[in-house]
Ligand binder design. Structure first.
Ligand code: SF4
Length: 749
């Protein structure tokens, strides 16, 4: 079939689903989006190039594969999940490929897996299977659990592999890196053991399926991590528990699925490790795509401990013991590599404290309650590493690399022995896990040292580099960090180079009415394969909604005066709320002041985000509105996105202040600094576009259906009084706009 025929049949599948579904109305925007999804994904060449023998792949190596990527902003109410699912799945089935749908939030994953895909499976003529893919770390590792509960075969005294203290495993995450493990009270050790025994019993009896998310109360990270599956300590098919392994059982469901739902974190973490289907033979959909750049930055940064490296000695000891047993010649170098690496880390630590210790300590030791107390940061301007640090960091990288090479040879020898001596597999997998538990720290050390040493060529984009000092009781931890500066460059290199056909969608991809910012951030700017499409919402915003800009007398930079005036005006407007409303604050302090200013009559009406879990709060809100009572949610950033409160549940949205997020994280700071040095304006280029996306999300809480009528109040006069405010307005729905003085009555609006 030609790509045109494929696209036509995919669109036909979409039309068929719309016609077959009861209650579905044909929507022009939705069909327009489905059409773009179909033509884009049909145009992409899938599969490996045909090899010299002429088999497989379907595309000729002389003929470069066609890449096609659609960036689609679909306004609220377009029905985008059907617009991408139906054509993409029909195409994948026709082309013997798979669809990978990636989201940013669990809520959307659940909606797809429990609602949208089951409904679609009933309507598409071809049957298909779908599955949810979670990261390995969400599942229990039975081998680890056996060791934690003392049911694993013991490596005893005189054994060829000596026993380690079981407490090393029990508190592995908390004690990581300490040279000497702290002595813990017996009751603490007993409680931990009891927890793991209870978990093991629940797993054995079938009361629990091994998925962390299925536990009533998910355990804290330091309790979960010692029992969680992880790649470094897993021997896969050589593991004695392989046939019952929860993680591998779940993976089997993915093998037979044509549609796999993942999240952006897992998608990016899986690049190159074959946890997910090959992207060059899959159709990729990224929903909630506006989150992709930030998630990519978090994913590709790295860090290492400079002060706590007891793990290196422990790892060397374990590796030598195993290496000697298997006569691995590289083992001879391990003690030197470990000792030299630790020495270089110590030297780096001393030099960093000489260079930046004064500032770091001042912040950490500052007076109680002072901002920054307990943690401090020193960033390297323009990512330039002081010369004095280059030598020791070079040695860290050199010895970490040599150590890692030797470790890989030992791991391969261990796996070979497990294959040849199945009777020993149980014991050997314990040994393997002991090495694997610490190996990721060595990898992190190598990655971080290499990134810190990376020198930007003149005119090239620098790397963000910084050190942190954190106080834990009377101990302080010094860490070195490095991160790429631009998410786009990293995504282009790591993701888009592997993708053939993709759709990126969200209700907020344009910023101030343009796609440029998102295209740059996501690495698609200037990519010939990428096209953009804006599908407007079917709602009549001009009639359904109004935007009231409330102008305070005080300037916003006069924080005390502004907040006092804003709170006064807000409280007066809240008195008019008859049903559901949402108030969004940009700081806890504003929220606290607003709560304190509430008159007695309004206090019981308000539900605080900080006072109860989200699901409970929303259930209470729905109940009150259903009873005909007024109910007002006071929330912050996280309530500005993903909240679906149609009709009376949200007739008014009150925005206390424009949601600016100045780049105060180290990567944002480094990026702003770099832009300034090359004569560009970070406020205009970064801050305003990012704020526009956030504000559009906040305002988007107001109108959720074609029957909704709602008002949005914004108490920040910069929206109507500044040129950047005008840019922000361009990115909002075309509501009827009015302005009003903060002191004037709401009825004047
Ligand atoms: S296969 Fe890997 S994850 Fe599964 S039980 Fe064995 S070691 Fe753990």
């Amino acid at each position: 079939m030609s790509s045109l025929e494929w696209a036509a049949s995919a669109l036909q599948a979409f039309d068929g689903v719309v016609q077959a579904s009861t209650g579905f109305r044909s929507r022009v925007g939705q069909r327009h989006m489905a059409e773009r999804v179909a033509t884009t994904l049909a145009a992409a060449t899938l599969g490996k190039p045909r090899n010299d023998e002429g088999d497989d792949g379907g595309n000729d190596p002389a003929d470069p594969p066609t890449r096609a990527i659609a960036v689609i902003q679909a306004g609220t109410g377009v029905g985008k999940s059907l617009a991408y699912c139906a054509p993409a799945i029909a195409l994948a089935l026709a082309r013997n490929a798979r669809v990978v749908i990636s989201t940013a939030t669990v809520a959307l994953q659940e909606q797809l897996v429990h609602k949208d895909l089951p409904a679609l499976a009933k309507l598409l003529p071809q049957s298909f299977r779908f599955a949810l893919a979670k990261g390995r770390g969400r599942y229990v590792c039975q081998q680890k659990l056996e060791r934690l509960t003392g049911t694993a075969p013991e490596l005893g005294q005189g054994d060829e592999f000596e026993a380690e203290d079981p407490e090393d495993d029990l508190f592995a995450d908390q004690d990581a890196g300490l040279s000497v493990r702290p002595v813990r009270p017996a009751h603490e050790v007993a409680a931990r053991l009891q927890f793991y025994s209870g978990i093991a019993e629940a797993l054995a009896s079938g009361a629990w399926d091994g998925d962390r998310d299925a536990l009533d109360t998910p355990p804290a990270a330091e309790v979960w991590l010692p029992m969680a599956a992880d790649a470094a300590s897993c021997t896969g098919k050589h593991c004695p528990s392989f046939n019952q392994c929860v993680y591998y059982e779940r993976r089997k469901t993915l093998v037979g699925a044509q549609v796999i739902v993942v999240n952006h974190d897992l998608l990016l973490a899986s690049l190159g490790n074959r946890q997910l289907p090959e992207l060059d033979n899959s159709l990729l959909i990224l929903d909630e795509a506006h989150h992709l750049p930030a998630i990519a930055l978090a994913q590709f940064g790295c860090r290492m401990d400079l002060g706590r490296h007891g793990w290196a000695e422990q790892l060397a000891r374990r590796a030598v013991r195993v290496g000697v047993r298997f006569e691995v010649t590289e083992v001879a170098d391990i003690p030197t590599h470990a000792a030299q690496m630790r020495q270089a880390l110590q030297e780096t630590e001393r030099l960093v404290m000489d260079l930046y210790g004064y500032a770091l300590r001042a912040a950490v030791d500052g007076p109680a309650g002072a901002p920054g107390r307990g943690a401090a940061r020193a960033r390297l301007p323009l990512g330039e590493l002081p010369e004095v640090l280059q030598g020791p960091l070079g040695r860290v990288a050199h010895h970490a690399s040599g150590f890692l090479d030797a470790l890989r040879v030992i791991a391969a020898a261990l796996r070979a022995e497990m294959r040849d001596q199945p009777a020993m597999a149980r014991k050997l997998s314990t040994v393997y896990a002991q090495l694997g538990a610490l190996a990721p720290r060595l990898e992190q050390t190598l990655d971080t040292a290499q990134l810190l040493l990376r020198d930007a060529a003149p005119d090239a984009v620098p790397t963000a580099k910084w050190f942190t000092l954190e106080a834990h009781g009377d101990q302080a931890t010094l860490q070195a960090h490095a991160s790429p500066l631009l998410p786009g460059a990293t995504l282009r290199h790591q993701l888009w180079s592997k993708v053939r056909g993709a759709v990126l969608t969200s209700a907020t991809l344009t910023s101030c009415g343009r796609f440029d910012f998102f295209l740059r951030e996501s690495g698609l700017h200037g990519d010939d394969a990428a096209t953009t499409l804006e599908v407007p919402s079917p709602f009549d915003y001009a009639t359904q909604g109004r935007l009231i800009a409330v102008e305070t007398r005080a300037e916003v930079r006069d924080t005390a005066g502004y907040v006092a005036e804003m709170v006064q005006a807000l409280v007066r407007d809240l008195a008019d709320v008859r049903h559901g409303a949402l108030v969004l604050f940009t700081s806890r302090d504003q929220l606290r002041q607003a709560v304190e200013a509430l008159p007695p009559a309004l206090k019981p009406v308000v539900l605080l985000q900080t006072a109860m879990p989200r699901t409970q709060l929303l259930a209470t809100h729905r109940h009150r509105v259903a009873e005909g009572l007024p109910s007002v949610i006071f929330g912050m950033q996280s309530f500005g996105e993903g909240l679906d409160l149609p009709g009376k549940l949200c007739e008014s949205v009150f925005i206390a202040k424009l949601p600016f997020a100045p780049p105060d994280d180290p990567v944002g700071e480094a990026r702003a600094e770099w832009l300034r040095t090359i004569g560009r304006d970070p406020f205009s280029e970064l801050v305003v576009p990012a704020t526009a996306i956030r504000l559009a999300q906040w305002v988007g809480r107001a109108i959720r259906s074609e029957d909704d009528r709602a008002s949005v109040y914004c108490y920040d006069k910069r929206l109507v009084r500044t040129s950047y405010g005008q840019r922000l307005l361009n990115g909002l729905p075309p509501f009827a706009l009015t302005t009003r003085r903060a002191g004037a009555l709401a009825a004047h609006a």
